[in-house]
Design a protein. Structure first.
Length: 210
């Protein structure tokens, strides 16, 4: 390769990095310190407060709404819809101290698994009885709107952070907290699930043949 060709190739890669990846002059991935504040109704940042949410579950009426920030471990994957991902986290010491997280897939796919640690910022809603539009939550309460506000207006942003590494809910993509590629994690999860389905299909076929 000639010196002129090598220089042109280097320049092309540099331009690609600046324009597409944004790795020159500004960080491409967020760090934990860059995760935005979880704003309450008064605009002040919220601290993680699981005890308060546990109390809200037992002291507020159905469809009560409040801003919340919680953290917990995923204990169950709930039935999801094409538009939303649902999973349950443990936020207290008692078996009933759980919360359903509802994530809009327009803003990415966290692809969590049981045992993952999750922090969620969004709108808490007591959901212990059905309404005309929604069934009651199996957890008795949900946290949703765990993503940025693209509609405008004063509604605060939300987010989901998985295992202190991947933040979801912003710019319709996973934001990397520790510099590794969150999209690779999602692709690996999808690949694993495809392998599991193929393996299950093969076992089912073997049972039929027997």
């Amino acid at each position: 390769m000639s010196l002129k060709s090598a220089a042109f190739r280097f320049f092309s890669l540099l331009v690609f990095s600046v324009v597409v990846l944004g790795v020159v002059g500004s960080p491409a991935q967020a760090r934990l310190s860059e995760i935005p504040h979880c704003e309450g109704k008064n605009g002040q940042p919220l601290a993680v407060d699981n005890a308060r949410v546990v109390q809200l579950k037992t002291t507020t009426p159905n469809q009560f709404l409040e801003r919340a920030r919680v953290e917990g471990r995923v204990i169950r994957l709930l039935q999801s819809r094409p538009s939303h991902e649902h999973f349950e986290i443990q936020i207290g010491s008692r078996p009933q101290d759980t919360l359903e997280v509802v994530f809009n897939r327009d803003f990415g796919r966290p692809a969590v698994k049981v045992g993952d640690d999750v922090e969620a910022c969004g709108d808490y809603i007591t959901s212990n009885a059905p309404t005309q539009r929604y069934q009651a939550s199996p957890s008795g309460a949900i946290i949703h709107w765990v993503h940025e506000n693209e509609r405008g207006g004063a509604h605060p942003d939300g987010y989901v952070v998985v295992n202190d590494r991947y933040m979801f809910g912003f710019k319709r993509q996973a934001i990397e907290v520790d510099g590794s590629d969150a999209n690779d994690r999602e692709a690996a999860t999808d690949s694993r699930r495809s392998d599991e389905r193929r393996s299950s299909d093969r076992r089912a076929g073997a049972r039929v043949r027997r």
